[in-house]
Design a protein around this ligand. Structure first.
Ligand code: ZN
Length: 133
């Protein structure tokens, strides 16, 4: 498995509108897409910074993964997404190296990407996402 670049950085927020305002007014970026991902119980907002995207995540359900994260830790960096050629193969290779997976197989994420997560217990505390087109 070799990642070609960081695709996006996922940031959990308590309130998407407030967060968009911050990223637009203070960081001078333009939100180019807002998308709800029902599967993950989140509403996302995207910004492009050079080759990397910022993905803001607001929970649509307190019991969802982002809802629990914000409840425990507050807003903040949630995950880093690495672009790989094939998510299923990258997950399998990580598992063969003893890494605990959250997703055994890829699934559809925001922007129609194939995504899969590694467990932060196995990645030195960094919730790691693989993604591919
Ligand atoms: Zn992500």
């Amino acid at each position: 498995m070799k990642s070609t670049h960081i695709e996006h950085i996922g940031i959990a927020v308590a309130n998407l509108d407030d967060a968009i305002r911050y990223w637009e007014n203070v960081m001078g970026l333009k939100c180019y897409a807002i998308e709800e991902v029902a599967d993950q119980k989140v509403k996302t907002a995207f910004f492009q910074v050079g080759d990397v995207k910022i993905e803001l995540l607001e929970s649509t359900d307190p019991e969802g993964p982002i809802g629990k994260f914000v409840e425990k830790k507050g807003s903040g960096v949630h995950h880093i997404a690495f672009a790989v050629e094939n998510v299923d193969r990258a997950l399998q290779e990580a598992a063969e190296k003893g890494v605990q997976l959250i997703d055994q197989k890829s699934r559809k994420g925001a922007e129609g990407l194939n995504i899969g997560f590694l467990h932060p217990k196995s990645t030195l505390g960094v919730l790691t996402e693989f993604c591919s087109k």
